[in-house]
Design a protein around this ligand. Structure first.
Ligand SMILES: [Zn+2]
Length: 275
């Protein structure tokens, strides 16, 4: 099993990071990807990668500027973060005397119109989205996309600008089956989070059934999106088997099969050594 998207570097997990990694290993996970949020998150991700990556457990990292972070950035801070992202992606960004290891992917990037605050920042989100997409294409790094309530606009931008050759993933997929087919036609992977474990999510289940085995990923998005059976606990990567169980049930495949293919897909997409 591989958790293709989580935030162990989130402040809510700071006290329990080591235990969360240990519990993930005990649950049978072979690794996880830490998704970036903003410049402040990148050195924390680098620290976790150096501390917990081992021959038994792979830590992948994505650096990006999350669409939900953009409303909090000033007009000067956003371009400065995008410049810093280029340096980080090239393995040249130094924070507190330490040069960050280059990432496995660019992200999270995308568009989010979930709240009034994010909706108001959509023009800046579009700029940051296209800028990060261009960087990923230039360096041929896969992208980790966050797309919430903006699927038509995002599809339009992705088709217009193009994806890196190494592709990418829509994390915590939330669109329709018809939109899923369009993302798949662009060569993207789709990753499913705790939403699939809800007792009634027919739209998401229909989308899940569209995804071929070689494009499917699973994630916890920890510390958010706790799978239904574990509520109300804070979400952590060791809850991934609950997501896999629901995915298997809906796709009429075995949990073992889902675990195997999603682990292999993540290792290939993020170019992590198979463990
Ligand atoms: Zn995330």
């Amino acid at each position: 099993m591989f958790d293709s998207h989580c935030h162990l570097h989130d402040a809510r997990m700071r006290e329990i990071t080591a235990q969360a990694v240990a519990r993930a290993e005990q649950s049978g996970l072979r690794g996880l990807l830490l998704a970036g949020v903003d410049r402040e998150s990148w050195p924390l991700q680098d620290t976790l990668r150096r501390a917990f990556h081992s021959p038994h457990f792979a830590i992948g990292v994505a650096y990006g500027v999350h669409p939900q972070s953009i409303p909090e950035l000033t007009v000067e801070q956003l371009p400065a973060q995008l410049t810093a992202l280029r340096e980080a992606a090239l393995g040249r960004l130094t924070c507190d005397g330490k040069t960050l290891l280059p990432p496995h992917a660019i992200g999270e990037l995308g568009l989010d119109s979930y709240t009034e605050q994010t909706r108001a920042a959509l023009p800046a989100q579009v700029t940051a989205f296209r800028d990060q997409l261009a960087l990923a294409r230039e360096l041929d790094l896969p992208v980790v996309l966050h797309i919430l309530r903006t699927h038509p606009e995002s599809l339009r931008l992705l088709k217009q600008d193009g994806l890196p050759k190494s592709g990418g993933v829509i994390h915590s997929y939330s669109g329709s089956a018809q939109q899923a087919r369009q993302y798949l036609a662009l060569g993207l992977h789709l990753s499913f989070a705790g939403g699939v474990t809800r007792p009634n999510a027919p739209r998401l289940w229909a989308a899940l059934q569209e995804v071929p085995d070689d494009r499917l990923l699973v994630e916890t998005d920890a510390p958010d999106q706790t799978p239904w059976p574990h509520r109300p606990a804070l979400c952590e990567p060791s809850f991934l088997p609950a997501v896999i169980a629901s995915v298997a049930l809906i796709r009429k495949q075995s949990p073992q099969h889902i675990a195997t293919i999603t682990c292999r897909n993540a290792q290939q997409l993020f170019r992590l050594e198979p463990l």
